[in-house]
Design a protein around this ligand. Structure first.
Ligand SMILES: Cc1cc2nc3c(=O)[nH]c(=O)nc-3n(C[C@H](O)[C@H](O)[C@H](O)COP(=O)(O)OP(=O)(O)OC[C@H]3O[C@@H](n4cnc5c(N)ncnc54)[C@H](O)[C@@H]3O)c2cc1C
Length: 465
């Protein structure tokens, strides 16, 4: 099976981009979810064009070989992890910005364009692409579409889904199709482009993306608050929402994260607080300053030991830079099991309280970063390397956190996707009828079940020659 499919692939893709040396392919076979299982691929193919992607998927369809799409591999759920005998299809070399259209306020890009690079390219035209995952220096737009990535600014400006207009996609039968539209409005047919967003490479492989753009936002004012209790910080998040304020960012970083960033980058951030909230307000002038002052009030009323509007732009930037560095800083301490639950804002304090109790109950270190304004919490369970007993406890705590989020009316994944890590959680979150609808859609678009099998839910098709 392996030789036959590779012979066909090599008719369409030059041999130097069909990688088979296990020492090389191993480095391209996993994402950042270090707890998720990883298989051994048959090959890694680094595509340069939609036609190459189409030809590879068509060959895999004929031979029943699994295809695992891969962007930059920054995923946190195992979504891009190889399955045994698959072809990992790397899209990162398809990295051209095809069009920037200021009149229509849109950009057309290949899937391998890095998120920050798109933002920089459109900024030259006075335009802005808002979705900004903390992985924006590395993650690709194709990966962002496949995971419906969120980010820091999404609390006000929406997630990737809100910016996808049109997609070019290769289906599980190896057909190249265009879905969606370029126009401001359009309701012809079902929203199949929307269906692809967040489908984690299990319904199609994205080969081109047309995104909506906005004008550049005005400069932002930053508010910081220090809290002696994680739950009080959660109450402040709820208070900001209850006050009817929609900040341009509202992030939480706890003591564990600040200490880890300080130990790594020596930024002088460890302020002695249990948690820090960082808010951004980007309404212009006096309006923005008034909203920032109201956020300070919300923080103080909720119990902040200190809260203030930042007067120093460099200091404000450093605080947000520290937020973005929190995850890699924690990874230096040991394998991190990353959660991504999202709960209604009113339940943020209770969810944070439950996480603290689970950490104590299971005798685990659970650090917290959060896109708090969205109720999207990232408890990060850290286990010392080689501590197998703690690994077992961490896995149990992981599942209990998922259950707590479901209990509070939330979801097991706000932005990272189900991948391999949250398949059990998905089964508990969704009604059997709704899971059946998922399987029916999968069977329609990927009848042999070759696209990213085993991710999100178990495969429905046969992967046989
Ligand atoms: C430090 C750090 C911070 C992060 N912060 C955030 C955050 O704030 N918000 C957030 O949402 N995520 C965040 N993430 C998670 C991750 O960056 C996102 O999920 C991102 O969208 C993945 O992009 P990628 O290019 O790395 O995709 P990969 O990890 O390569 O793949 C992710 C998934 O998409 C599929 N895929 C990739 N490309 C394609 C394609 N062209 N067509 C079809 N399927 C495809 C893969 O099969 C896989 O299922 C963070 C990760 C790290 C390491």
């Amino acid at each position: 099976m392996g030789v036959a499919v590779l012979d066909e692939v090599l008719e369409h893709v030059p041999a130097e981009r069909v990688l088979r040396d296990p020492a090389v392919t191993a480095g391209l076979s996993a994402d950042q979810a270090v707890w998720a299982p990883v298989g051994v691929p048959l090959a890694v193919v680094r595509a340069r064009s939609a036609e190459e992607v189409r030809a590879v998927v068509a060959a895999c369809y004929r031979h029943g070989v699994p295809v695992v799409p891969r962007g930059a591999g920054t995923g946190l759920s195992g979504g891009a992890n190889a399955t045994d005998g698959c072809i990992v299809l790397g899209l990162d070399r398809m990295d051209a910005v095809v069009e920037i259209n200021a009149l229509e306020r849109l950009a057309v890009v290949q899937p391998g364009v890095v998120n920050d690079d798109l933002r920089a390219a459109v900024a030259e035209h006075g335009l802005w692409y808002p979705p900004d995952p903390a992985s924006s220096p590395w993650s690709t737009i194709g990966g962002n579409v496949a995971t419906n990535a969120g980010g820091l600014r999404c609390v006000k400006y929406g997630v990737t889904r809100d910016y996808v207009l049109e997609l070019e996609v290769v289906t599980g039968t190896g057909e190249l199709v265009r879905l969606g539209r370029r126009t401001a409005k359009g309701v012809a047919g079902f929203d199949l482009a929307g269906l692809m967003v967040g489908s984690e490479g299990a319904l199609g492989i994205v080969t081109e993306v047309t995104v909506r753009l906005r004008p550049l936002p005005p400069p932002a004012v930053t508010v910081a608050g220090h809290f002696d209790s994680l739950v009080d910080a959660g109450s402040a998040v709820r208070a900001v929402g209850a006050a009817g304020i929609t900040p341009a960012a509202l992030e939480l970083v706890d003591r564990h994260c600040l200490q880890a960033v300080d130990a790594w980058k020596n930024m002088g951030l460890s302020v002695g607080a249990e948690a820090v909230l960082l808010a951004r307000v980007d309404e212009p002038g006096a309006t923005g300053e008034a909203i920032a002052d109201r956020i300070v009030e919300c923080f103080e009323t909720a119990g902040a030991g200190w809260a203030a509007r930042s007067t120093d732009a460099a200091e404000a930037e450093a605080l947000f830079a520290a937020r973005r560095l929190a995850y890699p800083a924690l990874e230096r301490l040991g394998p991190v099991l990353t959660e991504d639950v999202c709960v209604p804002k009113e339940h943020v304090p209770e969810m944070l309280g439950r996480i603290e109790k689970l950490a104590a109950g299971y005798d685990l270190t659970i650090a917290n970063i959060a896109h708090a304004g969205d109720g999207n919490l990232h408890p990060l369970i850290i286990v010392a390397p080689g501590d197998d007993d703690a690994r077992v406890r961490a896995q149990a705590a992981f599942e209990e956190i998922l259950d707590a989020a479901i209990f509070l009316g939330g979801t097991v994944t706000g932005e990272h996707g189900v991948g391999l890590l949250k398949r059990g959680g998905l089964e508990r979150e969704m009604a059997p009828e709704v899971l059946a609808m998922h399987r029916a859609v999968k069977a329609a678009l990927d009848p042999r079940g070759i696209l990213n099998p085993g991710k999100v839910f178990d495969p429905v098709g046969q992967s046989t020659e």
